[in-house]
Design a protein around this ligand. Sequence first.
Ligand code: M6R
Length: 598
Amino acid sequence: MCGIFGIVFQKEHEDLGRIMVQAAYSLTYRGYDSVGCAAISTEGRIDLRKDIGRVEEVDGKYGLSGMRGIRGLVQLRWATFGVPAQRNSQPHLDCDGDLVGAHNGNVINTISLREQFSEEGHTIRGENDGEIIVHAVERHFDRLSDLPGAIMAAVGDLKGDYAYVISHQAENAIYAVKMGSSLYLGVGEGFVCVSSDLPSILELTSNIVTIRDGEFLRFSWDQYQLFDIHSGQPIERRPERSPHTKESAHKGGHAHFMIKEIREQPEKVANLLHFLEESAELPRFTEALRKAGRLFLVGSGTSYHACLVGSYYFNKLAGLAAIPVPAGAMVEQYGDSLRPDDVLLCVSQSGETKDVINVLNYCERRRLGQALAFVNVLGSTLSMRSRNFLPLVCDLEISVPATKTFTNQLVLFLAVANALAGGGKVNLQAIPGLIEDTLAQTEPRIRQLAQELLPVNDFYFLGYGLTHGIAYEGALKTKEVVYNHCEGAYSSEFKHGPLAIVYPGYPVIFISTVEDAEMVSSHINEVSCRRGRVITVAPPQPLLEKYSSDFIALPVEDYFHVPIAATIPLQLLAYYMSVGRGIDPDFPRNISKTLTVD
Ligand code: M6R
């Protein structure tokens, strides 16, 4: 998705260009197709440079790093309204070039506003919704000659979820608005900055002010003022020290963020367990779950797969029925039957995924269902709007494919299910060590397997019971970074149609616990007797080993640990296949880390 950044210095800064390019780089993990920077001099001259391409390409072509000025705006665009083209790249100027602004998110009534503004005589240069925001502010500014007033009035024109930054050449300040998309403010020594994403701020300062929906702010180099966008009332909020570190935004000697984040999982799980031991949050959380009428587990993509596994943990450990639902389907599938005492446990790494936020909005509007959350990014919309949340304690996850946050989502589900069961049913403390052992013991064979599977463009992942969600996740990870067609399915379902695909050598990856070995080996036989290539990921088990062409042994004994351990070789397989195909796994084509659109 798009990313925005804005900064104001005390005086003209010769490094402004370098700082803007650095901010642009730290926004790249969201996925993008265009880059733009606007530098504004002390006298108010706006220098705007932008185009389609990667940051290094646009920097090389237009010399972004050399831009100078006292304030700057940066935008990375992921095309929605308007094709990737220079005219649609951001930031945008207004008609007479004294306002410059850039946005993140979607203005859904862009097409009708473009017609309306054109009829009013505005010069609209492209098709992008960010440009429409600048003109919406401009038309009120022309009338009111007051930028805060114009920003407040423009809210009435713009429909959708967005955040934006805007600056007038004559005022050494930047205004920023949050209406549904993420926005953070950073207060540093000699500057104040704002961004859609924490990593670009953490490079400069860890004093963060979280902005809420329906708020806007004005900031200069040494102060900021926060306001309610509807009433104009000032809001007091002081900066807090962010618990996220800037180290998480660096590869630290690894070839990619993805492998760094896979390898740091033992440490991240240990940090999560430490948090759970020290804090009073877990009992509060489980209490709220116990009181739930019905319990829905809601997430998208990888986070939905964690919900799938979580539903098995809740069932098997606590005898609690929990309904896993993809966030994008929740309102359609269950919206009309929701009741006030239902609980929706929303799971999200970013805490900004639009499909999840839509569910929150729906429940809030109708006063139905109470939202709890598992979330990684503190200060995100989900963390602020849920009644109660548990953090994933993963630090920032940069690579687009979710890895460490998925594992911590599983561990959190396991910890909550264990607590709901009265505690003591699962050895949580053993998990960091078992992930470490799994990494060490499976990585060499997985690297070979990745090479062997490189020519194959299509395969299946099958799970049963606890490993159901892991099969889905294995397939998603592979699709995402290898661009293979993969499916994840419940292993009992395979014979109901997909089995027809199997030809001699066709790879099917089974994930099993020891306890399910008898059932799963029957599913394995259905594939192996058709000479499909069966690759099994499971703890050592004679029956499973006997019927598999390849066996990836997991060094675990506890049934409940298997989904967590099995995740590791599947992440590694996707990673090594991706690298083997020459793909950059951190930035897969077409997708983005945080999906803030419908
Ligand atoms: O930030 P979220 O957990 O809400 O993101 C949900 C999905 O977009 C995300 O998990 C996506 O599927 C991952 N890129 C998969 O690796």
